[in-house]
Design a protein around this ligand. Sequence first.
Ligand SMILES: [Zn+2]
Ligand SMILES: [Zn+2]
Ligand SMILES: [Zn+2]
Ligand SMILES: [Zn+2]
Length: 588
Amino acid sequence: MPNCQNCKQNFEITEDDKAFYQKLEVPEPTWCPECRMIRRLLFRNERTWHRRTCDATGGSMLSMFREDSPFTVYNNEYWKSDKWDPLEYGKEYDFSKSFFEQFKKLFQKTPHPNLIQKNLINSEYANYTLNTKNCYFVASTDTAEDCMYSFGAVLGARECLDVHQSHKVELCYEILDCTNSSKLRFSEACTNCTDSWLLYDCINCSDCVGCVGLRNKSHYIFNEKLSKEEYKKRLSKLRLGTFSGVQNAQQTFKKLKTKTPRKFAAILKSENVLGDDITNSRNLYWCFNARNDIENCRYGFRLHQGVKDGADAFIVWNGAELFYEAVSVTAQNVKYSAFIWGGFDVQYSYNCFDSNHIFGCVGLRSKEYCIFNKQYSKEEYEELVPKIIKQMKEKTYTDKKGRVYSYGEFFPTDLSPFAYNETLAQDYYPKTKEAAKSFGCAWQEPETKKYTITLPIDSITDDIEDAKDSITEQIIGCAHGGTCTEPCATAFKILPQELTFYRRLGVPLPRLCPQCRHMERVRLKNPINLWHRKCQCAGEKSENEVYQNTSTHSHHGVDHCPKEFETAYSPDRKEIIYCEKCYQAETS
Ligand SMILES: [Zn+2]
Ligand SMILES: [Zn+2]
Ligand SMILES: [Zn+2]
Ligand SMILES: [Zn+2]
């Protein structure tokens, strides 16, 4: 078994892995799957924006890059214009130096946009977004309109607030992992649901509150069937337009969530898949959040909409094929690259749109046959690339941690423009400052915020009906007050369009800043990891005796179910984890 260059643990390279590496003509990895995943996440800073100067215009702007960072940063409008040419930064490849040493220089010198955006209308505060209209403070979205405070793989959303990893949703508030749904509030992992509150793992449900694992139901409260009239009465008694009402309902809902058996993995309509949060997909290995027609992929996180034949990917979507060590890619045949939107045959490139046959390039738009941002003919390109690959294997790059980078490795961690705690690595693999440094990463001390809070959080109205228009003039203190471990903004404002939204959905005003609200959603997610466990169905009851089975299971009688599986629920979790069959027997 190979030993991971980074964590020094042994890891497995399976026969299927080997077949894949041969097919894509890539060397076998020298880092374990988890270290590889973290290394990719280090290049994505979705929400930590700094005020800084535009290096082209001298104007002030918000940017992923700090003012003191060595990167050249232009505001988006200027970056997208013809006022500068990325090929001006082109360099002849120097065979006496290592690839990464040279790439680092080009990477820092070639201008980057303050935030990465494509096809935007009236959505200035948006990062890693495509086809976005009238949105405010969103990141990682494709096709969104009138949305706010939504981060992380939101595809096809209209009039939503506080959404995470959801597809085709409308008029939703505080949801994650939901698909084809509308008017959902405070809900998780639901498909085809409408007009409901506090749902978990429900399909085809409407007019439900606080329910877990329901299928094709309406007028249920806390998994209890009610008549239409009774539902209306109980719903108004719950007073969900008040913060206290939602809190009370949430307590009952949370208890129901812990005492109802869960399926070992959220896998729906899929074949031969290993991982969690997978829908309509086939032949996946160690994949997380893979949705809508994903095929033959390995070691992936956030794979969406018709993606196939790839490995080691973080955010690959919309028809991408043949990719390896890829971050934010919607393109064909991409290796060791990040932010490649459109195009094909791309290696070791960063932030290039609609470009083909490029190697070691930064910031190109609609170019062909370029190496280190220098234009070549097709013949020259085809001759030079194999030579560089050969040289990369001979003249490797060694970082401060002694980790060796040859052809086949993703970008070294010390190339990341961001500190560990500015990136998605901190969202999904939270580390202390010391641990982040020992991973070879920088750490950013939180900036001291100096907001003058005009409305302390305990003075905010309980009932949305009592909220006055003037609330939009207040600077509200976040209930965490910067004391949490999250990147708390300490204060927040409610915008007029936001207040209209809360009134329309009848939800109470939030108590936390958008950053803290987002992190609460992320912390509800299972980790990107798998443990080998056994079904917790003990025959008539769950192993912990909390749940009484309602039917006789196929493993018969009072015997413990023998089924074992790989699950993203670690063994110390409180939830009751059942195998597919036992779960199905209890879910209707
Ligand atoms: Zn490792
Ligand atoms: Zn906060
Ligand atoms: Zn079972
Ligand atoms: Zn069972």
